[in-house]
Design a protein around this ligand. Structure first.
Ligand SMILES: [Zn+2]
Ligand SMILES: [Zn+2]
Length: 245
């Protein structure tokens, strides 16, 4: 097993575990630390945007001239599954109970999250297929929103009136999808040409259309300010990795 493949499996499993942690927080802690979740969502948004624009897009264009089209495809794919198939979805804690009186609304939202999580994993593995540095940067980028993601999935199930067990299961499902994404791209080397731009499109959607609206919904300047810190954090991580690897 190559060193990069090993690293992508280990870090992919770590990112998946963060989904499970997020799901368990909903189950076990009534008064969870909302402040920390907001911080993760805002930092994650800034970091993901910076990593996608600065690190992924140039590499992706060099790898595949079809990148712009595939990127658009990844973005619209998420619009379709998270908001066309699923009539009610937003990132962060689910507190609206009414939309979930019909059980399928909750399941559709979790299905959309499962698909997106698959591409979180695919992005990490595609990064490692190119270089250890890109793999680590994308791991950090993805990891930052993984706890809020598991939390979102579990709280959707709670809002739909499901048991704690079912709500934890929805977070575990997303974790499993993440790891499946890592394995799929790790094992099929030729997939990287498509996996990198497509996952980048999905990631842009997650950052700009899932996480940023959640930041803005808060309506507080400091939460929005954290997005800039998240972007800055990307450049710091990049500098650190340059001196280490
Ligand atoms: Zn809602
Ligand atoms: Zn995600």
């Amino acid at each position: 097993m190559s060193k990069n493949l090993f690293a992508s499996l280990v870090l992919g499993a770590a990112a998946a575990s963060a989904n499970i942690i997020g799901g368990y927080v909903v189950s076990y802690q009534k008064q969870l630390d909302r402040f920390l979740l907001r911080l993760f969502i805002a930092t994650g948004a800034g970091f993901l945007l910076a990593a996608t624009f600065v690190a992924v897009l140039p590499k992706s264009l060099a790898l595949n001239p079809q990148t712009p089209l595939i990127l658009l495809g990844g973005y619209l794919f998420m619009q379709f599954f998270q908001h066309t198939v699923a009539p009610h979805f937003h990132f962060g804690e689910e507190t609206h109970h009414e939309p979930y009186e019909q059980a399928h609304v909750g399941y559709a939202a979790v299905l959309g999250m499962t698909l997106h999580a698959f591409f979180d994993g695919a992005l990490i593995a595609a990064g490692f297929a190119i270089s250890a540095k890109l793999g680590i940067v994308l791991f950090v980028a993805v990891l930052l929103h993984k706890i809020p993601e598991g939390f979102t999935a579990a709280s959707i199930m709670r809002a739909a009136g499901k048991s704690r067990r079912t709500s934890r299961f929805s977070a575990e499902l997303i974790a499993a999808a993440t790891f499946m994404g890592v394995i799929s791209v790790s094992l099929v080397a030729a997939a990287v040409r498509y996996a990198l731009p497509f996952s980048a499109g999905v990631t842009l959607y997650v950052a700009a259309s899932d996480l940023i609206p959640e930041v803005n919904r808060e309506g507080r300047a400091w939460v929005s300010g954290v997005v800039f810190l998240g972007a800055l954090f990307y450049f710091v991580t990049d500098l650190l990795l340059n001196s280490l690897i």
